[in-house]
Design a protein around this ligand. Structure first.
Ligand code: WT7
Length: 655
């Protein structure tokens, strides 16, 4: 059960007086000026109707928003479009076929520039290939890939034929992949033999083989050859991408789809053990990712080189590597590997070489670079940069200042962007040509967006106080539901403030004296480890599935690099003869195998009891206190407060 509280999980230093106004030159040339706020406030729906004109519609919409079935929204009712056409073909038709869409750089150093015209031909081939495999509009396709151009091609091919994709992060295990394939009933999987990570070829196909063994409905597995690793082959089911695409025409007639046609399902962790399939649709989603990419990153299609350094397997990659940038005819970087392979300056070398002007990354990566020392970026020319973005977790003021000074040369605006898998696009963020930014604050709701910080009763808190972050108005890229689970959709997001009709984001936040928003972190059972979202219960389920474990409780403890780290407390089954270190190592490995390496607990503590309330809820707040070596909070609702002493005694002082 969720223990929701308006006391934020992370305390933040809010005595931040520094503010950085945008440079005058930046403001003068900015895509979006201060007038946008007033403009959107005057008529919100008209504002979004105008933003939708960034897209090419084959049938114009007749109504901006139909909220009569709330919380299930319909945006741009009656409108029809093709998302892939909007991202690729129309730019070629407009004479930009020779513009580079992606500068791809593989980890081993191989490079490939893909123009919009090439992308169009590849997407057409892939769309024809999927149709040859019997994929039709509405059929789900699972994609489990490294960070290579074929991943983008596969997504766009799905979009082109109206087949919703579900991209599963390549770091997830076979069983996590199988769960997702099963939940959305995908019949076709697109993967690769492997990808390059940390200087070595890392296999993907074996995980697909293992996953598909428990998914009998999967009839085809399309395999991209990337690393040349040996792969097991299931005749009839497995097909080489290059062979199937090789025989296809590079032309494909696109069809149009309803604005509300499903575009993709992205799984994310909620407060229970089962991941939620977040559903995004076409017209509203593409409108808001295009608008926010234009407004927040100030994207100039003719001159910028833009780099969102996320993985395509997460929503950030979907919205800000693929759909938003392509809708805006961006030239992007696409880098396969880890930031410090083969040397710690790899990123900065790429920025220098490709003259990257916009960089979008996560606080955990910034903190990792801080640890490596500023002499590393100092060895490169980073003067091409003009704007920096951050996403994924609260950015601590120290990391924000380092990013601004060391990477941005004290000249680039820093935009801290708050959003979620569910919101589909950026919601709270500075506008780089308008906002005087404060280190650590996401500042204000974007034009056309309604966000508030409210108390437990849903009443907006006064400036200078904290509460819960809610979204007060529907927005174009909002999730349209949880795949196959309407009840969970209502319960998870809309039940907390049902009287007001607010969407509850699950984050605690504070409004400072100026009314600017500081997002403090999750207030539910969701953890944020290196910007990866994980549920405590999901990891607990993995632990109790191990034969040695009777009960488990997981908490997120603050960690200087990863933001939060996973600390697990387990009670062993009777008769398990504790093999100490060995068992701990086994349990950590077991979680990693079940969910993926990102879920591997930093610590596993074997304990005799767990702290519970009288109604049997595990008190994670207390476990977090222990994990962080804080003073214990109020323990009066515990069934047995001596439990805490027992647990504390087990906790090593060097966490
Ligand atoms: C959760 C959503 C949005 C794409 C990446 C994560 C946290 C995200 C910020 C930010 C403070 C942030 C929140 C949110 N979060 N951005 N700028 N400041 N917190 O997407 O996996 O759906 O996670 O990430 O806690 O609820 P996600």
């Amino acid at each position: 059960m969720t223990e929701t509280t308006s006391t934020p999980a992370l305390s933040n230093l809010l005595h931040e007086d520094r503010a950085f106004a945008p440079p005058a030159g930046f403001t003068a040339d900015a895509n979006v000026g201060a007038a946008a706020y007033g403009d959107a406030a005057l008529d919100r729906l008209d504002f979004w109707a105008r933003q939708a004109q960034r897209l090419s519609w084959s049938t114009p919409f007749t109504e901006v928003l139909d909220w009569s079935g709330a919380p299930f929204a319909k945006w741009f009712v009656g409108g029809r479009l093709n998302v892939a056409y909007n991202c690729v073909d129309r730019h070629v038709e407009a004479g930009h076929g020779d513009q580079v869409a992606y500068h791809f750089v593989g980890e081993p150093g191989d490079t490939r520039d893909i123009t919009y015209a090439e992308l169009q031909r590849e997407v057409c081939r892939a769309a024809n290939a999927l149709q040859e495999l019997g994929v039709g509009a509405g059929d789900r396709v699972a994609i489990y890939m490294p960070m290579i151009p074929e991943t983008v091609v596969a997504m766009l091919a799905c979009a082109r034929i109206g087949a919703p994709h579900t991209v599963v992060f390549g770091g997830f295990s076979a069983s996590a992949l199988a769960d997702r394939i099963t939940d959305c009933d995908a019949r076709v999987v697109i993967t690769a033999d492997g990808g390059y990570r940390r200087g070595a070829a890392s296999a993907l196909k074996p995980a697909v083989d293992e996953a598909v063994a428990s998914c009998p409905q999967v009839r085809s597995v399309l395999v991209v050859r990337r690393t040349g690793q040996q792969v097991d082959w299931s005749e009839g089911r497995d097909l080489w991408w290059h062979e199937v695409l090789g025989r296809q025409s590079d032309e494909h007639a696109w069809e149009t789809f309803d604005a509300e046609h499903p575009l993709y399902v992205m799984y994310t962790s909620g407060t229970t053990g089962k991941p939620k399939g977040i559903l995004h649709t076409s017209g509203g989603y593409l409108t808001q990712v295009a608008y926010t990419h234009h407004a927040v990153f100030d994207l100039k299609p003719d001159t910028d080189v833009y780099w969102c350094a996320a993985d395509i397997g997460w929503v950030t990659g979907h919205s800000y590597i693929v759909y938003g940038p392509l809708a805006n005819r961006t030239t992007s970087m696409l880098y396969e590997g880890t930031p410090t392979t083969p040397h710690p300056g790899r990123w900065w070398e790429l920025i220098q070489q490709y003259k990257v002007s916009i960089l979008y990354t996560a606080p955990t990566t910034i903190r990792m670079f801080m640890k490596l020392g500023e002499q590393v970026p100092a060895g490169y020319d980073l003067t091409s940069l003009r704007l920096l973005g951050s996403v994924g977790e609260p950015i601590n003021p120290e990391a924000w200042m380092w990013y601004r000074r060391v990477i941005g040369g004290d000249r680039c605006p820093v935009v801290d962007t708050w959003w979620q898998t569910e919101t589909g696009a950026i919601m709270v963020s500075p506008l780089p040509g308008v906002t005087a930014t404060k280190p650590g604050s996401a500042m204000r709701a974007l034009p056309g967006i309604g966000a508030e910080v409210v108390d437990d009763d849903g009443v907006p808190v006064p400036d200078g106080s904290g509460g819960l972050l809610v979204l007060t108005e529907p927005w174009p890229s909002m999730l349209r539901g949880i795949w196959g689970d309407d009840d969970r959709f209502r319960e998870a997001y809309w039940s907390r403030f049902s009287d007001q009709g607010y969407y509850f984001a699950g984050d605690g936040a504070k409004k400072d004296e100026d009314g600017d928003v500081w997002v403090l972190g999750r207030v539910d059972d969701v953890m944020n480890v290196s910007g990866h979202r994980l549920s405590t219960t999901e990891i607990e389920s993995a632990l109790v599935a191990h034969p040695a474990v009777a009960e488990a409780a997981v908490a997120g403890a603050s960690d200087p690099t990863t933001g939060q780290a996973i600390v697990a407390f387990v009670i062993l089954r009777d008769g398990v003869t504790v093999a100490g270190e060995e068992l701990v190592a086994e349990l950590r490995g077991h979680v990693s195998d079940t969910i993926g390496p990102i879920a591997k607990p930093r610590q596993v503590m074997i304990v005799p009891e767990l702290p519970k309330t009288r109604s049997g809820k595990i008190m994670r707040r207390l476990l977090r206190d222990i994990a962080e070596h804080r003073e214990l909070g109020d323990v009066t609702t515990l069934t047995d407060s001596s439990v805490m002493e027992l647990i504390s005694a087990k906790m090593p002082v060097t966490a």
